[in-house]
Design a binder for this molecule. Structure first.
Ligand SMILES: O=C[C@H](O)COP(=O)(O)O
Length: 274
């Protein structure tokens, strides 16, 4: 297995936070307000910052942002994403969330295939691929969560993640052929399932080697140049995580350790230094 990626321009450094279903609506609103000044800090270091709140809060936050953006003196708003969406835009799909509707509200990204959705709601690579296609079609960036279930060797992890990555590269190829205007950007959140919800992240060297190999898979398919593919690390990440793995990953996807804005500030400063 090769662990050397050809020298391509590094994609933009990125920090994302998912609130999963941890915060109620009022807490989510206050959290975003606390995060907004940190977005300016991130931008000053050319770091992209995004937040994925629960689906209930998302439309209101997007509406608030749209109002704020209409003020020419307001600073740029943090990017907001959805924790899921359906693969059809409309039809008889009771309870589903339309990707078209999300795009119309100004949603920037759609998180897909998180380990919790794969485990609790039976999502597999085929469904995640359909949803990724729908996000691209609607001009949103798919944030595709990938990762091996059990702790083992780098080779075993890469073997398990390979199909998760390749199914999305297939979508990118097909979207390009069938819809010239489709978005051509993917963010992979590499989250070893065994490292989610733990006190500490997966070992940095292990993460760097897995991600290098997954990036090579993209490069061998002619993908990954010009920042079209980013790899973030997620799984008990927080302050102190990025500096150890900065040679391999383009940023972090935070869960619990991003719930305190002070820690998000520390992570931004760390990514800016790395
Ligand atoms: O979506 C985020 C990841 O699942 C990581 O969550 P965690 O940092 O709370 O383990």
């Amino acid at each position: 297995m090769s662990t050397s990626s050809p020298a391509l321009p590094r994609p933009k450094r990125t920090i994302g936070i998912s609130l999963k279903l941890y915060f109620d609506h009022p807490k989510t609103v206050s959290y975003l307000a606390a995060l907004q000044p940190l977005n300016a800090l991130a931008q000053s270091h050319d770091i992209s910052l995004f937040l994925i709140p629960s689906m209930i809060s998302l439309p209101l936050l997007l509406a608030q942002q749209s109002t704020a953006s209409s003020n020419p003196t307001s600073s740029p708003q943090i990017l907001l994403g959805a924790q899921n969406s359906f693969y059809e835009d409309d039809g008889a799909y009771t309870g589903e969330v339309s990707p078209l509707g999300l795009a119309q509200l100004g949603c920037s990204l759609v998180e897909l295939g998180h380990a919790e959705r794969r485990r609790l709601f039976g999502e597999d690579d085929a469904v995640v691929a359909l949803k990724a296609r729908a996000s691209l079609r609607n001009g949103m960036v798919p944030l595709v969560c990938i990762g091996e279930k059990h702790e083992g060797s780098v080779e075993e992890a890469v073997a398990e993640c390979r199909s998760q990555v390749e199914s999305i590269l297939d979508v990118l190829d097909e979207s390009e052929k069938t819809n010239k205007g489709a978005r051509k950007e993917i963010i992979f959140a590499y989250e070893p399932v065994w490292a989610i919800g733990q006190p500490t992240p997966a070992p940095a060297e292990y993460v760097v080697n897995v991600v290098k190999a997954l990036r090579d898979i993209c490069v061998q398919r002619g993908r990954g140049g010009h920042g079209e593919i980013r790899f973030l690390y997620g799984g008990s990440a927080g302050p102190g995580t990025f500096e150890k793995m900065s040679e391999g990953v383009d940023g972090l996807f935070l869960g619990r350790f991003g719930h305190d804005p002070k820690r998000v500030r520390e992570v931004i400063e760390e990514v800016a230094r790395a």
